[in-house]
Design a protein around this ligand. Structure first.
Ligand code: ADP
Ligand code: ADP
Length: 229
């Protein structure tokens, strides 16, 4: 049974302007899918619908077979771990930020939770220790360090679905590729959906959906999409 289904979803913010024009796709359990498309294509709108900031005008969104119109935002948040482009961290230590929500903030708590979630390789590649203060909004860290902490904070909760919404798009490509490599090691069997505007960000996805003006323009693997150009 697919983990995530968009079934003919029609949606717009204003009554006279449709943004998603009957969008359909299915992400199988354990699948690593990606959505690319130019700015304004409707990528973030998909994320907003997934968390029920809005409901579709028409069509259905299903998670693990259940239509989400009957699901609270709170339980959606427990089911889908999202990492946005500009994560806001708590003005505390790295350990506190990662342990937050898992009932503990000591190094031992974080390591135990990381072991449970099978993400130790990601935690071990954090460039700074758990005791490091992140500062106001995480400003004492570099952009890459901040996003690593934000991704770790989400992974440690072991959400059934991981949603990366331009999570590495603001970083230089070397930092991005470094994070993605480590992420891949701990996400082999995790259902994930990565939203990005650069094809290189999501080159490793099982399947890439190309969104254009709220419609699926093409889909395939990275290799298939490149050879179609
Ligand atoms: P498309 O350009 O893809 O045909 P439309 O703008 O015709 O998209 O809208 C598709 C469907 O969305 C229509 O059949 C209509 O029933 C529904 N729809 C359009 N606007 C609204 C709205 N403001 N509220 C609810 N449903 C709407
Ligand atoms: P993307 O993430 O692909 O850049 P978005 O999903 O953010 O695209 O936006 C798709 C379209 O919806 C854009 O034309 C944008 O201007 C419009 N849009 C986004 N948010 C709103 C909103 N809150 N109210 C009205 N229009 C919006």
């Amino acid at each position: 049974r697919p983990s995530l289904v968009f079934d003919n979803v029609v949606f717009g913010y204003d009554p006279d302007r449709t943004i998603l024009h009957g969008l359909s796709f299915e992400v199988p359990a354990g699948g690593q899918f990606a959505i690319v498309g130019p700015s304004g294509a409707g990528k973030s709108t998909i994320a907003r619908l997934l968390f029920r900031f809005y409901d579709p005008w028409q069509g259905r969104i299903l998670i693990d077979g259940q239509e989400i119109t009957g699901v609270t935002q709170e339980s959606l948040r427990a089911h889908i771990g999202i990492v946005p482009q500009d994560s806001v961290l708590f003005n505390d230590t790295i350990g506190y930020n990662i342990g937050y929500g898992r009932g503990g903030a000591s190094s031992d708590d974080v390591l135990a939770a990381s072991r449970d979630a099978a993400i130790l390789p990601f935690i071990e590649r954090l460039p700074k220790g758990f005791d490091t203060e992140v500062g106001e909004r995480g400003l004492k860290l570099s952009g890459g360090e901040k996003q690593r902490v934000a991704i770790a904070r989400t992974l440690v909760k072991n959400p059934p679905i991981l949603l990366l919404d331009e999570a590495t798009s603001a970083l230089d490509s070397r930092t991005e590729q470094d994070i993605l490599r480590t992420l891949k090691r701990v996400s082999e069997h995790r259902t994930s959906l990565s939203i990005a505007h650069r094809l290189s960000t999501i080159a490793d996805a099982d399947r890439i959906l190309v969104l254009d003006h709220g419609r699926l323009a093409e889909q395939g693997t990275h290799g298939q999409l490149l050879s179609a150009r």
